[in-house]
Design a protein around this ligand. Sequence first.
Ligand SMILES: C[S@@+](CC[C@H](N)C(=O)[O-])C[C@H]1O[C@@H](n2cnc3c(N)ncnc32)[C@H](O)[C@@H]1O
Length: 309
Amino acid sequence: MTLERIWDAHRSGATPAELEPLAGTARELFYLAVLADDRAAAAALAARAAKLDPDSAVYAETARYLARPAADDPYEDPEPFTAFATGGGNVGLYRNTHEVLRSVYAELGSVRLLDIGTGEGHALLPALTPEVVEVDVVEPSAARLARVAAELERRGITHRAHTRTVQEFTAQASSLSWDLVQDTFALLALTRAERVELFKWLRPRTKQLALVEFDVPDLGSGRDPRRFEHLVDRYEQGIREYHDTRELVAQRFLVPVLLGTLAEDDGPAHTEQPIAHWLEDLASAGFTPLEPRWVFDYWWAPAHLIRAT
Ligand SMILES: C[S@@+](CC[C@H](N)C(=O)[O-])C[C@H]1O[C@@H](n2cnc3c(N)ncnc32)[C@H](O)[C@@H]1O
């Protein structure tokens, strides 16, 4: 039975238990696990998939995860997230991100910078060079922003820290302007329409934009077979990048994020998109996008630097 036929039967009301005898491959069994509403049934199906394909990290880790009671929001727990963010492909991703940002600062000379969605400053802080003379940071998480502000203070860099979403920031900020506005992996939290509005707001207020974002194919939402296969293949690669910390990262971050992403039947929480759409959105807001520059082949998707003037 193909995944498409399982999906059609599921949408017609067939239960995973009814479909299980027809599932011949590990991938099909794992698909039924993802479609199952009941955690115990999902755990049993994932365990069968893992047994049939013992080389798959994603099947094994998901089976173990589902065999335990459901956990809290994986983003709330700093320990697994830190292990994730500072290991695996994130090391190369951030190293290359710092390099491309530095090259932009060097080209511009003297930079008054706005960084949107700064987080804990993993991208911003190591990239800063003496060319950056002033920094505005916008980040809704007070705890994360406090760390960034403390470090900017320690380095004696003139800065303003805005503890709010970028939507709140643009509704209140006013006469500020910058040489460069940058974002690294944060604008995916906005809808596409919100992003275009943001670009329009920024157009008269900055000389240039530099975004580092992932080139993510348009996959729709929910658990249809194409999206399921894409996510499982990507997360297989992602989990394999962690060795000593695999238990922590897979069980407390990557597997719950994968299952949460697959459960987004009403549309994805993160509105990622192909790089071509970023360029269209910038152009529709009045920017002139430059040729995107490859940054890193991350397990989730390739990252690119998108500049626009
Ligand atoms: C994946 S993290 C990236 C953080 C940082 N830019 C980096 O590269 O390490 C995304 C960040 O965007 C922030 N964020 C989420 N929604 C936001 C919004 N509406 N406006 C501004 N920042 C937002 C989150 O709090 C989080 O710190």
